[in-house]
Design a protein around this ligand. Structure first.
Ligand SMILES: *Cc1c(COP(=O)(O)O)cnc(C)c1O
Length: 463
């Protein structure tokens, strides 16, 4: 395919072989279903959702090759063929000898941070993903995010807004003492900070900093292929490298790699932990066997490992990555053209709408992000998630909300699932939102658990 001279329709580089019907609901029905769900879209039934942009995690469509691979999965308890296939692909990608299969990313996090964490330990990241932070804090350790100031301004166009602030990392290491640092974690792409990429230069500098202090560098890299796309197209010197070569170079910088296979491995379930250090690998393998499964399958069946091994190769296909990044951008660009503020530039897996500016009549204590999430469902049956003070807010001693840095709403795009007409529908729903947003006065939390409250909290509308 040659590149057309003028902008043409963005075509999906695949065609449909099997269809999954979608149920169309009315706004009256959705008023009721949302109320029953406590105004928390995580508690909706998927049958009541039309377009599900809640997450790109585990929601992708597998290819015919992956489905064919499933049929060839070797379900042997030990030393399965499918395990060898997965191990080969992952070693090639990461350069790390020890590969531990887990049932999803957070299981790898629990194993690694359970060992490295504990009371008195400190973890430093560009941004800890919510399960990462929860696993670290659950161990008794504390987690610091180090984003440069400009990354917290949704409007500034910079090529690598996911980068870690190296000076801030250095200050934290000195403040807390190098012996108390559990690990430094580079999240690639930076999911919670707008799906923004991390540059190779930043990753190399972090490697040097970790070497200077003798610290372990973990790459939380479930979107490593999407990040490689941005490196190739935005960072000088990488124009002629393949996406896979870029990923290999970046992963090689780490001492450990954690991956939720539900993202760039193009499967519905699975995770990986890979390590360079032999002693740490023994400790992690012991915990893996206690809690996930034997070392050659961990939390996965043979067919799952086969599908991951195939997905990890497919995801670096240049036509796939072009479509993936450009279709996400398409949604973002159309929202921008309506005057809606989004995190810019558009990230890889999602469009993050700045709900604070869209719902500027709602104070942060009444969660403008949750207001937009609820309106998108009411107007269009679209499900998405708040990434703001519901997800990251804390309370001070007096019980007053300490808000998150930004009030975002994430429209995450499942991989290879929705077509351009679905995305055009989402864009249309924003016209309704712009018309009716003033009717929404925000929400108040009526129930919340101690950890990861956004999953199970309930709300009620402010009247
Ligand atoms: C999804 C995700 C995780 C957790 O993985 P699960 O498979 O959902 O347990 C960890 N880190 C990042 C950056 C993620 O996006």
């Amino acid at each position: 395919m040659t590149t057309p001279k003028k902008q043409r329709t963005l075509t999906e580089p695949f065609k449909i072989k099997m269809v999954e019907p979608m149920r169309v609901t009315t706004e009256e029905e959705r008023v009721e279903t949302l109320k029953t769900a406590g105004y928390n879209p995580f508690l909706l039934r998927s049958d009541d959702v039309f377009i599900d942009l809640l997450t790109d995690s585990g929601t992708g469509a597998m290819s015919q090759n992956q489905w064919a691979g499933m049929m060839q999965g070797d379900e042997s308890y030990a030393g399965a063929r499918s395990w060898e296939h997965l191990q080969r692909v992952v070693r090639d990608l990461t350069g790390m000898p020890h590969v531990l299969p887990t049932h999803q990313g957070r299981a790898a996090e629990r194993i690694l941070y359970g060992i490295l964490g504990g009371k008195g330990k400190v973890f430093i990241s560009n941004t800890h993903f919510d399960t990462t932070r929860a696993n670290i804090e659950f161990s008794g350790a504390i987690a610091f995010d180090c984003l440069p100031a400009e990354a917290n301004d949704p409007g500034t166009e910079l090529p690598f807004k996911g980068n870690i602030d190296l000076q801030h990392v250095r200050d934290l290491i000195i403040e807390h003492g190098r012996e108390n640092i559990g690990a430094v974690i580079l999240t690639v792409t930076n999911n919670s900070a707008g799906g923004q990429p991390v540059s190779m230069e930043n990753a190399i500098s972090l490697r040097k900093l970790c070497d200077e202090f003798g610290l372990l560098m973990v790459i939380d890299g479930c979107r490593i292929a999407e990040n490689s796309y941005f490196v190739k197209h935005r960072e000088p010197g990488f124009e002629n490298k393949t996406y896979k070569e870029i990923a290999q170079q970046m992963l090689n910088l780490g001492d450990a790699f954690i991956m939720s296979a539900k993202k760039d491995a193009l499967v519905n379930m699975g995770g990986l932990l890979t390590l360079k250090d032999d002693k740490l690998a023994v400790k992690c393998t012991n915990l893996l066997i206690i809690s996930e499964g034997f070392a050659t399958y961990g939390g996965l069946s043979g067919r799952d490992m086969e599908a991951i091994a195939i997905g990890l190769v497919e995801v670096f296909d240049k036509d796939y990555l072009h479509y993936r990044i450009k279709s996400t951008q398409y949604l973002g660009d159309h929202l921008i053209s309506k005057g809606i503020q989004v995190v810019r530039p558009i990230g890889g897996h999602a469009v993050y709408v700045d709900a604070k500016s869209l719902y500027n009549h709602i104070p942060v204590e009444h969660y403008p992000g949750q207001a937009l999430v609820c309106d998108l469902y009411l107007k269009g049956g679209i499900r998405c998630v708040e990434v703001g003070s519901v997800m990251f807010g804390k309370y001070d001693e007096k019980g007053k909300l300490i808000p998150a840095a930004m009030e975002l709403v994430r429209l995450a795009i499942p991989r290879r699932v929705y077509t351009q007409s679905h995305i055009d529908f989402v864009i249309d729903v924003f016209d309704d939102i712009l018309e009716s947003k003033h009717e929404n006065k925000g929400y108040q939390i009526t129930y919340e658990p101690e950890f990861l409250r956004h999953f199970t909290a309930s709300f009620k509308p402010i009247m």
